[in-house]
Design a protein around this ligand. Structure first.
Ligand SMILES: [Fe+2]
Length: 536
């Protein structure tokens, strides 16, 4: 079929005329009562397949004309015997019927090929992507095409609200899509469909079961066919196709829509399974990091907070969903290498090159730990490069600028900020958010990517300003983090005590390198001694 369709129009017509001419010569030599006249079927069937109804019928008339009265019926003793009048008419009728039947067979075959191609396309998309929305959009679009409908909508059942949420649609206006909630309790049509019945309404304007007849009239919708999306014997939604005229869908079209409904159900099931696996992986990784960080109450949940912050920052920067997923794992595991570093290496008062070397090894130790884990390969660059500096002065590789993976640059900012506001055992004092932001800004272009710092500033400045106004912790809605930070810093949440004076002198004491290098040893005050004893 495809090859016929690809033959140039002129070549097809010329071939038809040539074949019909050759057959006419044969018929002239043998007579119309001979077998040669049946060869006319070849160009007629070809024309019907190549050009449809009109082409087939035109070819049938042409062939009937070729073997008109001037053709002998047969030869008797070498003399031609003329045809009778009924011969012409009967032949024309036979040629016409052949053209018509061939044309019908051709269009049915083309339709079936198209349906198969579209079902295959959807099936392929289900196996090649886990993006549920994309697959459902494709299903809606193809359902419209194969059922020759005006529009299609896929609604998934929200068990919490009892409503059918519009997930994908094709051919509907934004206005109709936003017409209002479809509550199962108020939609007899959907109740029937969710009971796993096929339902079609020939005219929704006159059928009480349809929930939005006026909106449908404005949209030009007249008839609807709806079937359920069933997963493991449970109805999970509906798929509907709409027509702009009164119509009864035939059994074949209903089967097609049910086939698309099954594919949609498979896509939903796949997406749910993937989400389950993803969540389990992430929870396992989270449990691992919490277990590691639990040895120090001050750093408990540090990686979790860095992850949350890094994801918000990445969203601000327009990072794709796929990269966000990688970032979650990378941020959660960024300091996993510390498990292989001696405790003393994290102590800022620890002196000597040994301590420094051990500390600088933790990104590489992290890589060795995670390298054998297949699903974490994409997150490795974050773990390896989260201590690289924008100016090339970081470690372990000394990468600079955009050589440092973007996700690692994001985690570096979130990590440094988190350490400034939530001090660990060694830093002793947490900064206000505004002070921490100031410090990070001062490091833009040296340690941090200036573009990321700008985005971070946009993201957190309103909260930091609010914090200054109310003296609390605006980013922490329930105040728990503020309490925790305050407890660790040895003061109450909301206290206006700021370890970094406004004149910026204290920033010299609280650098932003990281938890280890961040705080240069200061003279220990009585208050700090008290704080230390509480932490221990
Ligand atoms: Fe680190």
């Amino acid at each position: 079929m495809r090859r016929i369709a690809n033959v140039p129009w002129g070549v097809s017509v010329a071939s038809l005329v040539l074949v019909a001419g050759a057959v006419s010569v044969l018929v002239y030599l043998t007579g119309t009562n001979g077998i040669a006249v049946h060869f006319y079927y070849i160009p007629i069937i070809y024309a019907a397949f190549a050009f449809g109804d009109y082409g087939g019928i035109a070819c049938a008339v042409l062939c009937a004309a070729f073997c008109g009265p001037w053709m002998p019926a047969e030869y008797s003793n070498g003399d031609p015997v003329p045809q009778g009048h009924w011969d012409y008419l009967l032949r024309l009728l036979i040629f016409y019927i052949i053209a018509f039947v061939a044309s019908r067979a051709s269009s049915t075959l083309k339709r079936r090929i198209n349906e198969t191609r579209r079902l295959y396309e959807v099936a392929r998309s289900i196996t090649s992507t886990l993006r549920l929305r994309g697959v459902l959009d494709l299903i809606a679009e193809n359902a419209v095409a194969v059922t020759e409908a005006k529009a299609c909508a896929i609604r998934l059942l929200n068990r919490n609200t009892g409503e059918l949420d519009l997930t994908s649609y094709s051919g509907l206006s934004e206005e109709y899509a936003a017409k209002g909630p479809v509550s199962v309790a108020h939609s007899p049509m959907d109740q029937e469909v969710l009971a796993n019945n096929v339902l079609q309404i020939a005219d929704v304007r006159r059928d009480q079961r349809f929930q939005y007849p006026k909106e449908a009239e404005r949209e030009g919708i007249v008839s609807v066919l709806s079937v359920a999306l069933v997963i493991k014997d449970q109805p999970r939604g509906v798929i509907r196709v709409y027509c702009g005229r009164p119509r009864r869908f035939d059994a074949h079209q209903i089967r097609l829509l049910q086939a698309f409904a099954r594919q949609a159900a498979i896509a939903i099931e796949n997406a749910e399974l993937y989400e389950d696996i993803r969540r389990n992986y992430f929870e396992t990784v989270r449990a691992l990091t919490i277990a590691i960080e639990a040895k120090d109450s001050a750093t408990y949940s540090h990686s979790e907070r860095v992850t949350e912050l890094a994801v918000r920052l990445a969203r601000e920067l327009g990072v794709s969903d796929d990269d966000l997923e990688i970032l979650r794992f990378g941020a959660m595991l960024h300091d996993i290498g510390k498990i292989g570093v001696a405790e003393s290496a994290f102590d800022p008062s620890g002196e000597g090159p040994e301590s420094e070397v051990f500390y600088r090894m933790h990104p590489l130790i992290g890589r060795s730990i995670l390298q054998p884990v297949g699903f974490l390969q994409d997150a490795l660059p974050v773990v390896i490069a989260h201590h690289e500096n924008w100016d090339g002065g970081g470690f372990p590789q000394g990468l600079a600028g955009e050589e440092i993976p973007l996700l690692a640059r994001i985690v570096a900012v979130a990590d440094a900020y988190e350490r400034l506001i939530n001090p660990d055992s060694f830093t002793r004092a947490g900064l206000t958010r505004a002070s921490a932001l100031e410090i990070l800004q001062a490091e833009a272009g040296r340690r941090f990517d200036p573009g990321i710092i700008r985005a971070f500033h946009r993201l957190l400045l309103p909260s930091a300003e609010e914090e200054l106004n109310i003296g609390g912790d605006p980013l922490d809605e329930d105040g728990s983090a503020a309490e925790a930070a305050a407890d660790q810093a040895g003061h109450e949440p909301g206290a206006d005590e700021d370890p970094v004076p406004d004149d910026g002198e204290a920033t010299e004491h609280v650098a932003v390198e990281d938890g280890r290098e961040a705080v240069e040893p200061e003279e220990t005050t009585d208050e700090e001694v008290a704080t230390d004893s509480r932490q221990e």
